[in-house]
Design a binder for this molecule. Sequence first.
Ligand code: GLN
Length: 312
Amino acid sequence: EAKHEAYGLEKVVQHAHARTRGDLTGALATYIPELARVDPERFGIALVSVGGEVVGVGDVEVPFTIQSISKALAYCLALEAAGRDRVLAHVGVEPSGDAFNAIVFDPHTNRPYNPMVNAGAITVSGLLAQALGAEAFDVLLDRFSAAAGRKLGFDEAVYRSEAETGHRNRGIAHLLKNAGALEADVDATLDLYFRQCSILVTASDLARMGATLASIGENPLTGATVFAVEAVRGTLSVMFTCGMYDFAGNWAFDVGVPAKSGVGGGILGVVNRQLGIGTYSPRLDTKGNSVRGIAAFRELAEELGLHIFDPT
Ligand code: GLN
């Protein structure tokens, strides 16, 4: 029997929230004004089990932009839409140890290291733009919505700001094009990338998305089949090795579950065949990961025995 059933999941989550809420270190993302304006005090933890149990503590219904968490779900979609071989020919699956926005490719392949850093994610957006054409964003938003089990919205102001100020990402896209990793039109690719980053989610949505991945592509609350089994396997693999950027090794060591963070303050975690976990707290550490999100995951992993290599 899983530990969480014996302890009562709700109590464990309340305890994790109470133990970590006092950590006010870190800073809001400020690269666009919209992110600098959010309420830094917000903090929510949500869990959804593959059996359909739902727990939420704190600000689990506050919307924020998904940002880099979109990279994981977009990769899953690309594995389906473009096919595994084509995706692997354009983006690697090696952890880079570099910051999320690093301008560096794998010297052996001249391809981005992995789909969880910007260079790889922009390449994935290009594959989706090519495979799905003008409908790409609608298809992606529908699929993200099915994973969350509700119709998700999109933050127009964040999208505009990202598109107007995203010169580093534009630079990366042009270098990808030059290297041959990106075949699609640069502007169409970046438009999809900036849009997917601007999708609005809550911690509850992230938990339901996580539960959809945990139950190998089937949303346990709606019963809908959202992602193909092989695509989920590939996605969880890169989330495990690369999902927390240059903190991925520490995360795998301490928390030990596939996860993806975003500069909007969210973290999505997946306990394979058991749980989806979503946290929201917008103060970030210097690597761009949510400070209290990491702390909450550490607590939960400890209390619930979530680490993939835990003996029980
Ligand atoms: N929109 C952000 C960017 O591309 C997303 C980065 C992130 O969440 N780490 O820079």
